[in-house]
Design a protein around this ligand. Structure first.
Ligand code: NAD
Length: 259
């Protein structure tokens, strides 16, 4: 079994800063020898992402702006990637957004616009990027997205993002079925809570972290690196028989019932 990703190219979408889960994934793929392509939402992120990537020794990365709410932007991005590198071997989709007011209080108060926004950026974006990226995976490939327990169970304050994650989980499975015949696998990692820019928007996030530290089987929270290494597994041949799966990287918290 070859554990190296040398000679392989992966697209990482969603690095905002060094706390981003996408950055943990980028580092794991880089350590395994992969060439990386980064996409970011708008030009505000360009320099910070380039500065971060410059810390990866010997990484010959490429960078593209790609707002996933814009179909043409997604299509143009993967057309450019095809022109610049030809084949890719995988994609990490680490993108989500909801209005702050929809991540507190009660789900029943979610506005139509807030509901559609969260689903557009956090769930439909996987569909549109998978459609654009899969044809570039001419040697087969893997797509990994990031989900959360709030899509399977009711988690306080997670609200509309939980419902969007349920849509993302189902989209992942339908995509796995569509793209499997082309040798493309699609999986999700359900990460435990990590303090990132996005997580800042979720009401009372500190209490969530504390609860995990007290109750999760491993009695601790998890790190970007741990998610990164599981993404490496899902994007490499190690997981070649796995598709349509949700792997929980959450210190075991999801197995708990009443305590
Ligand atoms: P983050 O804020 O670092 O990353 C979110 C990314 O989404 C940012 O890079 C942002 O620019 C990008 N994004 C938002 N709107 C976009 C758009 N229109 N076009 C392109 N990109 C856009 O936060 P994170 O926690 O690393 O989030 C990454 C993924 O992990 C998300 O799907 C999130 O829901 C998921 N996740 C996070 C946690 C957690 O506790 N942090 C737990 C489970 C799952």
């Amino acid at each position: 079994m070859n554990f190296s990703l040398e000679g392989r190219t992966y697209v990482v979408m969603g690095v905002a800063n060094k706390r981003s889960i996408a950055w943990g994934i980028a580092r794991s793929l880089h350590e395994a020898g992969a060439r990386l392509i980064f996409t970011y939402a708008n030009d505000r992120f360009e320099q910070p992402v380039k500065d971060l990537v410059s810390t990866l020794d010997g990484q010959d990365a490429l960078f593209y702006e790609c707002d996933v709410t814009d179909d043409q932007a997604v299509s143009n991005t993967f057309t450019k990637i095809k022109e610049d590198v030809g084949t890719i071997h995988g994609l990490a989709h680490c993108i989500a957004f909801a209005n702050k007011e929809d991540l507190q209080g009660e789900f029943v108060d979610t506005s139509r616009d807030g509901f559609l926004l969260a689903h557009n950026i956090s769930a439909y974006s996987l569909v549109v990027t998978a459609k654009a990226a899969a044809p570039l995976m001419t040697e087969g490939g893997g797509i990994v997205t990031l989900t959360y327990l709030g899509g399977e169970r009711v988690v306080k304050n997670y609200n509309v993002m939980g419902v969007a994650k349920a849509s993302l989980d189902a989209s992942m499975k339908y995509l796995a079925n569509d793209l499997g015949k082309h040798g493309v696998r699609v999986n999700a990692i359900s990460a435990g809570p990590i303090r990132t820019l996005s997580a800042k928007g979720i009401g009372d996030f500190n209490s969530v972290l504390k609860k995990i530290e007290e109750e999760a089987p491993l009695r601790r929270t998890i790190t970007q690196e741990e998610v990164g290494d599981s993404a490496y597994y899902l994007l490499s041949d190690l997981s070649r028989g796995v598709t349509g799966e949700i792997i929980h990287v959450d210190a075991g918290y999801n197995i708990l019932g009443l305590s």
